[in-house]
Ligand binder design. Structure first.
Ligand code: NAD
Length: 246
């Protein structure tokens, strides 16, 4: 394959442990817009980075719930794309393999990846905004947002908003995987949203080889050993094919 450096293929084949960190770019080719893409229809005039915050929910819980209902519908229709499927294949071909995702759409598991750490929750679930109890399927109700069946407080999506802490165990497991890998892939993420963006630096500090896959430059690009410019849906199937040809 012309675009996959042979050196990289060798590094993958000799790696004892591989970690992949994904961001919303990996789901763009499944029709789930990133937060930096322009929004469409009713939501055109809203900035997602201002809706995905605890302050926005406090100010206008109905607006935020309805925006998430719209996104949930998009995600419900979305199917894993060739990039997701190639990552599932890469897990099957690798020894130790951990996929850390900032995505909340569940598409990595749907594609067949098994060792997945969800750093930012999952949009398909809701939780109580007061007590945090997870509610898988809120009952039909006229209330928007629906109410917690236990305490009556508003439900909210079970996702991590800007300014909120990450689930402790998930983040600890991600740091541990990053510090102990030989090869770290950063795919479809702007490398701007912390603390997830700190993970590639943990891997670099521990001596891992760093690979970035993104059509655009990011603050991480200059530190990467290999930069593959293109979309996840194009590059990842090429990478897996090149590995299978060996
Ligand atoms: P982000 O910070 O991860 O940035 C998106 C990155 O993807 C950009 O660098 C862009 O150049 C790149 N990209 C775009 N299309 C691509 C493609 N086809 N292949 C590879 N790379 C591509 O993500 P964000 O949109 O700023 O979102 C921030 C946070 O919001 C996320 O970390 C996540 O928690 C949440 N979010 C999740 C989803 C999802 O679950 N699908 C979607 C939007 C936002």
């Amino acid at each position: 394959m012309a675009s996959i450096p042979p050196d990289l293929i060798e590094k993958i084949q000799s790696a004892g442990s591989v970690v992949v960190l994904t961001g919303s770019g990996v789901s763009a080719e499944s029709g789930v817009p990133t937060f930096r893409d322009a929004q469409t229809g009713l939501w055109e005039r809203y900035d997602p980075q201002e809706l995905a915050t605890p302050e926005a929910f406090e100010r206008n819980p109905r607006l935020v719930w309805e925006w998430y209902s719209w996104r949930r519908e998009l995600v419900g229709k979305a199917k894993p794309n060739p990039g997701h499927l190639a990552l599932a294949e890469l897990e099957r071909m690798s020894g130790l393999f951990t996929l850390i995702t900032q995505n909340v759409d569940g598409l990595h598991r749907a594609a067949g990846n098994e060792n997945v750490i969800e750093l930012h929750g999952n949009i398909r679930r809701s939780k109580c905004s007061e007590e945090g109890i997870v509610v898988e399927e809120p009952e039909e109700s006229e209330d928007i947002p629906p109410r917690c069946p236990h305490c009556g407080a508003s439900l909210r999506p079970d996702v991590v908003w800007f300014g909120e802490a990450l689930p402790y165990e998930a983040f600890e497991a991600a740091v541990d995987a990053a510090r102990n890998c030989d090869l770290f892939f950063s795919i479809g993420t702007s490398s701007l949203v912390y603390p997830a963006a700190s993970l590639p630096y943990e891997a670099l500090d521990s001596g891992a080889v760093l690979v970035e896959i993104n059509p655009d430059e990011t603050p991480l690009s200059a530190r990467a050993d290999f930069v593959l410019r293109g979309t996840a849906g194009e590059i990842l199937p090429e990478l897996v094919e090149a590995l299978q040809e060996q």
